[in-house]
Design a protein around this ligand. Sequence first.
Ligand SMILES: [Zn+2]
Length: 425
Amino acid sequence: MGERSGVISRKCPAKILAEAIIIGLTTLQCVKPDGKISTRNGGFSLGLLKQSAMCGHLAAVISFCRYFDEDVELQQLLDGKISAVNMLELELNDFRSVYQLPEDHWCSATAKDIIASENGTTGLQHQLYDCLIEKDVTAFVEDETVGSVEKARRGALQGTEAGAFLLATPKGDCKFLSKHFQTACLLRLGLPQPFIEPGTKCSCGGVIDAYGHHLARCNRGGERTERHDAIVRTLRQLACRAGIKCSYNPVGCFSNPSTNSDGEVITFGNLRPDLRLFMGGSVVGLKEDNRDVVADVRITDSTGPSQIGKGIPRAEKEKIGKYGLASDANGLVFAPLVIEMLGQFSEKTNHFVNSLVHTLWEKEPELFPESVLLRYWRKRLSSVLQRYNALSLMARYQRATPATNGTDCVFDESRNDNIVAMCNV
Ligand SMILES: [Zn+2]
């Protein structure tokens, strides 16, 4: 990591520097040489300036990192010597020069004037960039020149829920360790993971690639289950907040047998879904339906070789095959909840989350607007998913490489430095 941090002042306090390098590393690589923010790699939100958290603020600032060489020293910013006006001025300059606007364009106003104006900077980011980004996003999604795997990857990144973790205030379930945030961002951007030495052997015998594809799909270890369970727990918390009694891994849901077309009896043994929502019929959009809902979660990977671009429909079909008949025979409504590893929800998952949030909002409609609640729960689910993605990649790599790196120092960038030599002094 060390050699990439050159743009940022070394005088910065160590902890903040660490955050900055980590976020900077992520964004540095996705800023094109001409200074445009690349949405090609998966889109990095430009809305981060809105966030008050230091972490998000730095990310936004570092998005315009070319200034660090020329105009802005991070230390000055942290000392408060660079004001919001200065930053906005730099941003406006960037906007004008990159996009070569006509001289009388409204954004030729100075930062000071804009801040002093009636609406201030409210919605300014959107005004500046929306029209430009829209084109990029459409081109990104509809690009026919990319291969099927890349196309599937871009598909799996879609939906506001997929990138929601980038905008989450780092608290509670939405708090990442810096290294996990970095890994999650690089995963989203489709860039190599710096902690991986490409070509390293995995504990399963496979070869680990720089992007972590193998690590994401490897069957060794319980990380996949942990990620799945974390998502289930979060959904359960949402259901509980919405006032719906909800049991985790319930037994005895499918005690009634069914019969097939030949009259043979089919029993469902110990089949256990992830969640049972008592009298939750209305949650899946069935008005006046007081049946219980059983839900089962699957995190899928549409970029995997066996299911390129169709992870969601395939997983949904498998889930319905497993639970559909059993649910029918027991008077239950079944909800398959499929989520792409890169963040996109299936339509049914989106509907499930939206309906739970709506139920939650109805309890106390004056407390928060429904849209705020929905954004919050999307961020929370997105953060949990991406945190566990990052965790599992790193844990698997750590397990795979103890012989070469030692279990305690796999992620310690100092292993490339002279620390060992210093110890011998
Ligand atoms: Zn493996």
